[in-house]
Design a protein around this ligand. Structure first.
Ligand code: PLP
Length: 465
């Protein structure tokens, strides 16, 4: 067959498009992505035939084209953001999306997001409402505050709080609380950004009440207290307790604002964890505005929540930054549902994944480790060593520094295995598994793994071993 004849036998795009498999691809992804991939494939074929006019190449093309186009379109359409297995044991893993959300809240979210909703609409009055109204009362009831609102994250909440309450005046802050959270969030930068004057008092390890008193001027706008949530100062240290600072604030009429970081609503010491200051305690002490994260120990969506006295929250709501930081409808809906779960503490601890994972008894983790190890032993070749080891992991997300949770992990090893390379291969593919490496073995920590994932995890590991 000569070249011209061969070229005439190349199937036309519209003929190929009517093939049943490609028709189903068009139904799933639309016409354009399929045409694009098909045209590219045909272009490549012409180039090949030009160099080597062989009938075999053409036949092979016709036989495999549907399959190849389908794969390419699927690959191209596959989301970059996907579910991963967190086998690190770190519950609040910022790089892995921090708090996994309660399934109950997600089911509700589907219903709420499909169509329209009363996000900023007052149904009883038939006019404009406020997007915070859906969870403000709930937050007030849970924390004892007079008013509440939320913005995109706690970094935004802190900036808004200092900007609105400080109002361009002097903000007094202890040198021991000039902290940096991951991702370049630094308290001194936040104060500078707010347009307020930063007045630092005390030293890194010691700050006394007199230091605050001595710094007060006509221009003082606020006292800022920061929960040093991601580090611990030990040894010769002193800081001014919230109660003392609130007493000084009351005497002088200067407001106290507090960045709590991971604000919790329940006393974690009741569950064998270290006590973290609760939002309720800040409010009860008389703090004017408290801000905290929605997706750290609270276990909800990414958000920065502000609660406090009515006049100051009203000022925050009216501040121009608020519009630039406002939460979307998904966050508002998710916040309402997650906060409502806190109305019953036991319900919250059981159904909010961050809390249930944090409080999961170590015996239960051991049972899960036994179950996963059993499945792995049954599926993997004999040369692979599968054992169960005790681990200790931080909670993560800059919460509860120094606190390690005891857990169990399944350890996988093989003679001559390059554990780092194997861990890297586990991160690729349809179900990425993020695992730690220790002593040339892979560690799968059960505290952050779901039982429903076990079979898929075993299949993935088996395929890669
Ligand atoms: C985590 C944290 C922040 C930042 O909160 P995001 O929700 O991550 O923006 C701010 N301040 C403190 C004290 C924190 O611990």
């Amino acid at each position: 067959m000569n070249k011209n004849e061969l070229f005439r036998k190349i199937p036309k795009v519209d003929v190929l498009m009517s093939e049943p498999r490609l028709q189903s691809a068009i139904e799933r992804f639309g016409k354009e992505p399929v045409i694009t991939v098909l045209r590219d494939a045909l272009e490549e074929l012409r180039k090949k035939l030009n160099e080597n006019p062989s009938e075999e190449i053409l036949e092979n093309f016709v036989q495999t084209i549907q399959e190849r186009v389908l794969h390419k379109v699927e690959d191209h359409k596959e989301a970059n953001l996907k579910h991963v297995v967190n086998a690190t044991g770190v519950i609040l893993h910022t790089n892995l999306g921090r708090a996994p959300l309660p399934p109950i809240a997600l089911e509700k979210l589907m219903e709420q997001m499909k169509g329209y909703m009363n996000l900023e609409y007052n149904l009883s009055e038939g006019k404009r409402g406020e997007r915070y109204s859906h969870f403000e009362e709930l937050l007030c009831r849970l924390t004892g505050a007079e008013a509440a609102m939320a913005v995109n994250n706690n970094a935004a909440a802190a900036l808004l709080m200092v900007s609105a309450v400080g109002d361009g005046k002097e903000v007094i802050v202890s040198r021991g609380e000039q902290i940096e959270i991951g991702g370049k969030f630094r308290i001194p930068d936040i104060i500078d950004q707010s347009g307020c004057q930063r007045v630092e008092v005390g030293t890194t390890n010691k700050t006394r009440l007199e230091d605050y008193e001595d710094a007060i001027t006509e221009e003082t706008g606020a006292f800022l207290k920061v929960h040093t949530s991601n580090y611990k100062l030990v040894g010769f240290t002193q800081s001014v307790e919230r109660d003392e600072l609130c007493a000084l604030a009351k005497k002088t009429g200067i407001p106290v604002i507090e960045d709590l970081g991971s604000g919790v609503l329940i006393d974690l010491s009741r569950y064998g964890l270290r006590k973290e200051p609760t939002v309720q305690e800040s409010i009860a002490a008389g703090v004017d505005v408290v801000c905290f994260s929605g997706d750290k120990l609270l276990g909800g969506p990414q958000a920065g929540i502000l609660v406090g006295k009515r006049e100051w929250i009203a000022k925050c709501k009216k501040h121009p930054l608020t519009r630039a930081m406002r939460i979307d409808k998904c966050t508002a809906a998710m916040l309402e549902t997650v906060l409502s779960m806190y109305e019953d503490e036991h319900y919250a601890v059981e159904h909010i994944p961050v809390l249930s994972r944090m409080t999961m008894p170590v015996e239960e983790l051991k049972e899960k480790a036994d179950s996963l190890a059993g499945k792995l032993v049954a599926a993997l070749p004999k040369e692979v060593n599968v054992s169960i080891v005790k681990t200790e992991t931080p909670i993560g997300g800059g919460s509860l520094p120094g606190e390690l949770l005891k857990s169990y992990a399944v350890m996988l090893g093989k003679e001559g295995m390059n554990a780092e390379a194997f861990a890297a291969s586990l991160r690729e593919g349809e179900l990425p598994i993020i695992a730690r490496v220790s002593e040339d073995c892979i560690l799968l920590d059960l505290r952050t793994m779901y039982e429903e994932e076990f079979d898929a995890v075993v299949a993935t590991i088996k395929a890669k071993m």
